[in-house]
Design a protein around this ligand. Structure first.
Ligand code: CP
Ligand code: NVA
Length: 302
């Protein structure tokens, strides 16, 4: 069978995504009962990280270990992807040693090239374009707290970045209404038109109150991502009115949950009172990185 990669949520069909969530629920329960399955026994995984990470790196390394496998943490200093040698050569060499590659880097095109030349599965652990593992974990969290995402309204507020685009990709496969509250300068780009032309329910709104009204999930991310922290001041000025605070939350559905992929810049995109308040599920999201990614690893390499 041909190897599969997970570079985008759209790499999986709706049916495959539903099976992935069922598997994640099952693996989470087994893990909590102290019986994690070990289908990765004897397998090794390269974890290439060119940006910092708390959640992604540790949940992948712990998840691989719980599944019986071995992980290698590799920074830019070791393989200098595309600098010391070409991405094509790195892909072909690594594929002779390991059973899968997990990569966090800047350029999405580089990850696509790595996947094209690797004969083992490649998993996107965040690029400047998307962060699919995060949204899979978030959807698992929504399923746990709200029962389903079907027919719900999910509002993403803030920068039209890798997180916003991952939500758009999720809306291309799953049935929910996605609202993106942002400004023209930080619009998530062409992917919005691609999604709507396929029939996905994605709407960009420039008024935060309109975007949040009646929402079942209110989501945000930092306004300046890794690699563009020099733009923090400028982005902060543009996105100020999209801060999730108690006043804005009054417009959401009374049972709404608040989500953030973390790390948060408290006091900027979200206030302490909201992130630490009763509607916040941010630490469940963080935990679910472990369970959802174990399901992804089993699906691709188990
Ligand atoms: N949410 C997330 O990906 O966190 P890290 O950057 O810490 O991995
Ligand atoms: N948009 C953020 C997500 C961090 C998990 C970044 O790329 O830095």
């Amino acid at each position: 069978m041909a190897k599969r990669d997970f570079l985008q949520i759209t790499d999986f069909s709706t049916d495959e995504l539903n099976k992935l969530f069922d598997l994640a629920v099952e693996v989470k329960k087994l893990t909590k009962d102290g019986n994690s399955p070990t289908p990765l026994s004897g397998k090794s995984f390269a974890c290439i990280f060119h940006k910092p990470s708390l959640r992604t790196r540790i949940s992948f390394e712990v998840g691989i270990s719980q599944l019986g496998g071995n992980s290698l943490y590799i920074t830019d200093k070791e393989i200098e992807l595309g600098k010391r040698e070409s991405i094509e050569d790195v892909a072909r060499v690594l594929s002779r040693y390991v059973d899968g590659i997990i990569i966090r880097t800047f350029s999405h095109e580089n990850v696509e090239k790595l996947a094209e030349w690797s004969t083992v599965p490649v998993i996107n652990a965040l690029t400047d374009f998307t962060h699919p593992c995060q949204v899979i974990s978030d959807l698992l969290t929504i399923k746990e707290h709200l029962g389903t995402w079907e027919g719900k309204t999910i509002t993403y507020l803030g920068d039209g970045n890798n997180m916003a685009r991952s939500w758009i990709n999720a809306a291309r496969r799953l049935n929910f209404d996605l609202r993106i509250g942002t400004v023209k300068e930080t619009h998530p780009g062409e992917l919005v038109n691609i999604a709507t032309s396929e029939g996905a329910k994605v709407e960009v709104m420039y008024d935060p109150v309109e975007a949040v009204t009646g929402a079942h999930v209110v989501y945000t991310d930092v306004w300046a991502s890794m690699g563009e922290k020099d733009k923090a001041g400028e982005k902060g000025n543009l996105l100020e009115k999209f801060q999730i605070n108690d006043d804005l939350m009054k417009n959401a559905d009374p049972g709404a949950i608040v989500m953030h992929c973390l790390p948060a810049e408290r006091g900027r995109e979200i206030t302490d009172t909201v992130i630490d308040g009763p509607q916040s599920v941010v630490f469940d999201e963080a935990e679910n990185r472990l369970h959802a990614q174990k399901a992804i690893l089993i699906t691709l390499a188990g």
